[in-house]
Design a protein around this ligand. Structure first.
Ligand SMILES: Nc1nc2c(ncn2[C@@H]2O[C@H](COP(=O)(O)OP(=O)(O)O)[C@@H](O)[C@H]2O)c(=O)[nH]1
Ligand SMILES: [Mg+2]
Length: 341
């Protein structure tokens, strides 16, 4: 049996060499919850982390927006343009076909069919079952693998609305919000407070009948954005209109992305990444803590008993919660018997 360290080195070398099959396998490895996979994943991720720290970093973007605004279509058109400009891109999406989904988001893979066959691009869809906070459970690790493989720009397409924006914002360098003209989307965006998170606002579908509406929305947003103090320092939010289908406005969008990259590289990327990693660590441990506590046999058993009792007596849940709260506390902070002796 090869030692684990040697195995991890092989994984790592394959990824750095540009072996796409190895990269694909590594992405599955870091998504796995199996104990042996977790162990290997950590060995590999440590190597990747050390590797990227000594090189020019990729720029990581979250691409967010309501289902159906055209995020995937945009990634295809923009992605092809970026590749034509001689750069490489990595895309992480959630595969909506693996969940019960609203019609508009079905068939994401087919939306990126041209980009998918480019040797300068790598697209990975995670199963929707793994989605937490609008991203895959292991998006952070997956971005690191793509960065190790040397992709210049990484896009993380988020799903869902609400909480997801903030999560994705925390873990990436730049936040691209995609909206479509009309439909009150503009206002919704403001209400949810996500305009503060937005580094680049893309008004997509600026074609056909929607084109004049898109121009109007652009003017409105450019004014509105002046009232928000940006959460990210040294960058003033930009508004771009485009049509992912017709390709208009795409070079403009890429230029904006490039200036964002320049801006990022002019700042201290080490501080930025350390902040992201700290937030990720908290997020990840919270998820883990919840999972472990809720899976503890003492808790699951008690919960079953309590639920059965509640149903029988048609009672109230408050005492049940109180009892389980104590049970949880005693499991995590066992009473110190020595004090009573
Ligand atoms: N007219 C128009 N339709 C678009 C454009 N971009 C995407 N669409 C359409 O909008 C629908 C949703 O696109 P999709 O990329 O799946 O959106 P996502 O859910 O945000 O990823 C599809 O029917 C696309 O063909 C665009 O620029 N113009
Ligand atoms: Mg999509």
């Amino acid at each position: 049996m090869e030692s684990e360290a040697i195995q991890a080195e092989k994984w790592f070398e394959g990824i750095v060499r540009g072996d796409r099959i190895q990269l694909g396998k590594a992405l599955s490895l870091v998504e796995s919850d199996r104990d042996d996979d977790r162990k290997m994943a950590v060995l590999l991720l440590e190597k990747c982390d050390a590797h990227v720290r000594s090189r020019k970093r990729s720029c990581r973007f979250a691409i967010s927006g309501a289902p159906g605004v055209g995020k995937s279509t945009l990634l295809e058109t923009l992605g092809i343009h970026i590749v034509e400009m001689g750069r490489t891109i990595g895309v992480l999406t959630i595969d909506p076909t693996s969940a019960m989904s609203q019609g508009s988001i079905l068939g994401d893979k087919s939306r990126m069919s041209k980009l998918a066959v480019s040797s300068k691009a790598f697209i990975r869809s995670s199963a929707a079952g793994q989605v937490l906070g609008g991203m895959a459970r292991r998006s952070m690790e997956m971005m690191l693998l793509l960065e190790t493989a040397g992709y210049d720009i990484i896009f993380l397409e988020t799903v869902g609305v609400g909480q997801s924006e903030h999560m994705a914002w925390q873990f990436t360098d730049g936040f691209i919000l995609v909206i479509q003209p009309g439909g009150g989307d503009e206002l919704q965006g403001m209400k949810r407070g996500i305009t503060e998170l937005t580094d680049i606002l893309v008004i997509n579908k600026a074609d056909g009948a929607l084109a004049p509406l898109a121009r109007m929305a652009k003017a409105q947003f450019e004014t509105a954005l002046h009232y928000f103090s940006p959460l990210r320092s040294n960058w003033e939010a930009k508004v771009v209109t485009c049509s992912a289908i017709e390709g208009t406005g795409i070079p403009d969008l890429y230029q904006t992305i490039q200036s964002f990259e320049e801006n990022l590289n002019a700042g201290d990327i080490v501080i930025t990444r350390n902040r992201q990693q700290n937030m990720w660590l908290h997020w990840s441990l919270e998820l883990l803590a919840k999972k472990l506590v809720m899976q503890h046999p003492v808790i699951t058993q008690k919960l079953e008993t309590v639920k059965a009792k509640l149903q029988e007596s048609n009672g109230s849940p408050f005492r049940a919660e109180y009892e389980i709260e104590h049970l949880m506390k005693s499991l995590i902070f066992p009473p110190d018997d020595s004090k009573n002796k």
